[in-house]
Design a protein around this ligand. Structure first.
Ligand SMILES: *[C@@H]1O[C@H](CO)[C@@H](O)[C@H](O)[C@H]1NC(C)=O
Ligand SMILES: *[C@@H]1O[C@H](CO)[C@@H](O)[C@H](O)[C@H]1NC(C)=O
Length: 440
């Protein structure tokens, strides 16, 4: 380590002896920058005051403001100073353009770049790292699939266009490309484009030149799709599926209420993620409201159907049990008969089903009875058993009939079917429409 340092020293002393040396200070001395720098920063650096100062600037994402202008009165011959073409001097030694950003809402507290570069022809380069917290009008109409454009307008505070011209250093495509290279973050926003335009503001018969940088960025929607859109869609599917729950005791109703509650919780989440500034209804709100309304309708429909069926079963309960026994007795009387079944008419549907069944069953049974009637008590018991089975079957049928048959139940079934068709049609029309609206 020591030897190495020694060697370096030898070489450098060797260099001093053989060549003319110049230091940066020599350049500053020559420029009179070491004595009194006030002359260099007091006024706009032009020899003829009618000449405008041309300030060229670039903004890259991360808000690096790269400035370039010419300081007339500073120049040296690099050949005189061993080829020194650039020196870095503290930034407050020279005049600097008084640029400000219109949209900036917070004072920039990022660390200052201490030096600026001056080259031999008087061009001054300055780079300022800024953290710009700016206002930006957002349009959340297409919320998770939205693209936002934000402006950063740069202008001079006091110098009008005859005194200071503001020119973009690089055009839109180069700025975009450069920002893409600089930008490596994977935030919620995907940077799309950076474009530059300029216009003049007229005020008090004076014109101020204004450079506007427009950032275009697109929201990455995946998180919101997974977090919100899909769950809502899943609940809609569940609600749709609940039409196929065979309901006897209000389970369907409970299920639908649960799904509706789950959707309400998701709506609370939406309240958090949706920016509230918008004068147009966001599509996501339409999406939620329509789905919520569909679920509400289907819940109401279920309530109606349940009510209708309840009404029907209450009406049947009144005629139910007595009737059962009565028709049983009738059947016992006419064991060998074939037409008795037509008498059990209290339930519309039982008539067809059970009549057909019984005609098949009763005939062989009657023959059996005739052949075995003499063989004693066991035969009688068997007969009773058969009859009990028969009775049970009839009661079962009648129970299921009570749920399906009847005038109100018939209406309930019709309403159910019509609503299911309406529901499916509305949903299958609405979903494609809103997704098309989202993507155009
Ligand atoms: C620096 O100041 C001296 C004395 O005032 C003047 O003669 C010289 O021209 C100045 N140098 C430059 C580069 O203006
Ligand atoms: C602004 O004014 C300057 C000077 O008059 C002119 O050269 C420039 O083209 C103007 N810019 C625009 C965008 O009109």
């Amino acid at each position: 380590m020591m030897r190495f340092a020694f060697l370096l020293l030898v070489i450098s002393t060797d260099g001093v002896t053989s060549k003319k040396v110049c230091s940066y200070l020599d350049v500053l001395d020559y420029l009179n920058l070491t004595k009194d720098t006030s002359a260099f920063k007091l006024t706009r650096p032009v020899l003829d005051y009618t000449d405008p100062t041309r300030v060229e600037l670039d903004i890259f994402l991360y808000a690096i403001l790269a400035l370039k202008w010419k300081h007339e009165g500073i120049s040296w011959d690099p050949a005189e100073f061993c080829g020194i073409t650039q020196i870095a001097i503290p930034r407050d030694m020279l005049w600097r353009p008084d640029l400000f950003i219109f949209e900036m809402t917070q004072k920039d507290d990022s660390p200052l770049n201490l030096y600026i570069l001056v080259s031999s022809d008087g061009t001054v380069y300055s780079e300022e790292d800024m953290k710009v917290v700016s206002t930006c009008k957002m349009d959340v109409h297409k919320f998770p699939f939205d693209t936002q454009r934000c402006n950063i307008s740069v202008a001079s505070a006091i110098h009008h266009v005859d005194e200071m011209r503001l020119l973009p250093c690089s055009n839109s495509s180069r700025a975009t490309q450069f920002s893409r290279e600089v930008l490596k973050t994977q935030g919620e926003w995907e940077f799309m484009q950076l474009s530059v335009s300029s216009f003049n503001i007229t005020y008090n018969n004076r014109q101020w030149e204004n450079l506007v940088y427009t950032f275009t960025m697109r929201r990455r929607p995946l998180l919101h799709v997974i977090n919100f859109l899909l769950p809502v869609l899943f609940f809609l599917c569940l609600d749709l599926a609940s039409f196929f729950i065979a309901d006897h005791r209000g389970e369907k109703l409970g299920f639908k209420v649960t799904v509706l509650l789950a959707i309400s919780v998701l709506l609370l989440i939406l309240n958090d993620i949706l920016p509230s500034m918008s004068n147009k209804t966001p599509l996501i709100a339409t999406y939620c409201i329509v789905i919520f309304a569909m679920m509400l309708l289907s819940l109401l429909e279920t309530i109606l159907v349940t009510h209708l069926m309840e009404k029907d079963s209450v009406a049947q309960e009144k005629v139910g049990p007595a009737d059962d026994w009565q028709h049983k007795k009738e059947k016992m009387k006419t064991q060998d008969g074939t037409t008795e079944d037509k008498k059990q008419t209290s339930c519309v549907c039982i008539c067809q089903v059970s009549a057909a069944e019984k005609q098949h069953e009763l005939l062989p049974m009657a023959e059996e009875d005739n052949s075995r009637i003499q063989s004693g008590d066991s035969q009688v018991l068997l007969l009773i058993l058969e009859e009990l089975k028969e009775l049970q079957k009839t009661v079962d049928l009648r129970l299921s009939c009570r749920l399906e048959g009847g005038k109100s139940s018939l209406w309930a079934a019709r309403i159910n079917k019509a609503f299911l068709i309406f529901y499916v049609t509305t949903v299958s029309l609405f979903l494609p429409l809103i997704f098309i609206a989202w993507h155009t």
